[in-house]
Design a protein around this ligand. Sequence first.
Ligand SMILES: [Cu+2]
Length: 149
Amino acid sequence: MNFLSFFITSLFLLLNIQVLASNCSFNLEGNKMMQFSSTTIDVDKSCSSFTIKFKNTSDLPIDLAGHNVVVSKSSDFDNLITLIDPANGVNQGYLPPSPQVVGKTPLLGPNETYDLVIDLNKLDLSQEYVYWCSFPGHYGIMKGNLVFN
Ligand SMILES: [Cu+2]
């Protein structure tokens, strides 16, 4: 192996490592204080899909204060929160089906986890996106921004 081929092989290995290391997921928690563990999530635009690995660390029962993660355009947030209604039920996260919902996890009880996969090809990255909890009354505190880098 001459130096040039060694150099090229090394370069490919380095590129592969960078692809494997690119951050296409984020660990997010919701707690007993009605807080997300982060108010921003950095999303690498080079990822084709992005996974929010969500865990509810609260010990409060799901129907008292469960948590979920709903992803929507920031501009749709004000409309979507008007749709929150206990009549929609805990299984829907109290939110009816809506085309404005980009993705959502089920409402989770204590120590439950769910991986929410977002297909970045379906997003308009020129828009602002937010993630929030649709349990009645939680979205005022439990809200954060997706930041595309
Ligand atoms: Cu919540």
